[in-house]
Design a protein around this ligand. Sequence first.
Ligand code: FAD
Ligand code: 2HG
Ligand code: ZN
Length: 456
Amino acid sequence: MLLEQLKDIVGPKGWTTDPGDIQSRLTDWRGMVRGTTPIVISPVSAAEVSALVRACADAGVAIVPQGGNTGMCAGAVPDASGTQIILSLARMNAIRAVDANNFSMEVEAGCILEKIQNAAIAVDRYFALSLSAEGSCQIGGNLSTNAGGINVVRYGTARAQVLGLEAVLADGSIVSSMRSLRKDTAGYDLKQLFIGSEGTLGIITAATLKLYPQPGPISTALVAINSAGDAVRLLSFLRAEFADAIEAFELVSEYVFGLVVKHIPDTEMPLEDTAPWYVLMDVAIGGNEERLEAVLIRAAEADLLSDAVIAKNSTESEQLWHMRHAIAEAERAERKAQKHDISVPVSRLEEFLQRGEALLADLVPDAQLVAFGHVGDGNLHYNVALPEGSEDGTLVTTAIYDLVDELGGSFSAEHGIGSLKREYLPKYRSEGEIALMRTLKRALDPKNILNPGKVI
Ligand code: FAD
Ligand code: 2HG
Ligand code: ZN
């Protein structure tokens, strides 16, 4: 009965129950969780989303919003009950308007991130969010997880790229704050409720995004360093030289680049000698490679790096970034590691890594650290590949999160909570914070039909 109602709302092109079509939507990108669903429903407008949610609310049936399904915490996957409905935003993929003089763009939630970046370039503007999954993740998913990526060091996370938002609430009503203002202090900032809440408080249907001027020619350098602490000191050194022209500053361990070379075709390290760590950086200084080289030479004289290569052209730059963007794929091909997308204050990264190393040596000496990440934001992917058959996963994860917590960091800095990290939220957030989260969830979704079992 409900299924027939949902089918009528979206018409014949808007739904599928074909197991072949549905398969890939039932499991997350890493294959950690598998669920089932009776139907995948794909509306084309906020009005259709509204009608679908109203029908599900009346029937008390849960909805799992799904974007590109590239999330790392299994937040877009239904549970195993077979009752939860997947609502895909894939057909809501229009760029509604671009206002070049206001440096803003209105998009539907199902727009692929790369399409948005290209639409900005087409009017000589820049959309600042960039991550390895940009060819398949959707802006609705990016906003729902408050995604980070490689440019946060300069432009902030997804949250900072939003001027306005449209969302459908759990009772089917549509709330639109699709304003394109940089200044607006009228009441609560409602859009921020939905950003980072992983589909548990509402379904994002559209957003007004902030654009920037093009940063101009980018110079890319790969730098070899002896310790992760040197990466932090190098960043401070470079910031004194280049202020906020550092567009990206990514740390990668020797082991991790080794995984990329092993699993990803046509990749090789451009530096002859190996080093324990590398930093891959983009600097927007008008294409002045001589200046970059001179500064890196001074950094080497200050013992902050041991070797460096500067890309001579965009092809070389793309090759270097290809190595970085392939890391998650390479790690997946090798072995599923325990993922920890943690953050600590940048100034405490070195201490975190030293203490983390000692902790792992003590707890699981046979484990392999798979560490890389967005060091400019203090956000590391401190992933740990445990020996086959090991049952120490929870022990290791808890020990790492405890250390992060002690250093004033966050156990979940980039990918969200989803279903995989849900048990840890009450441990690392105060009672007051958890109580307020529950109050918000109850107020906005009293029947608990929006992505139940996720986050809280
Ligand atoms: P999905 O995976 O489909 O969904 C994610 C969550 O958002 C789910 O809870 C889902 O229910 C909810 N959701 C989706 N759309 C909506 C909507 N319209 N309204 C309400 N809720 C919705 N993340 C980073 O932050 N930084 C990175 O650098 C990064 N790199 C990645 C690299 C790779 C190779 C991969 C596979 C993933 C990476 N991710 C990264 C993880 C992931 O968070 C991002 O890919 C992206 O933000 C998820 O978007 P999506 O459209 O795939 O969302
Ligand atoms: C990245 O920075 C993503 O590449 C994925 O956030 C991190 O695979 C991971 O652990
Ligand atoms: Zn990341």
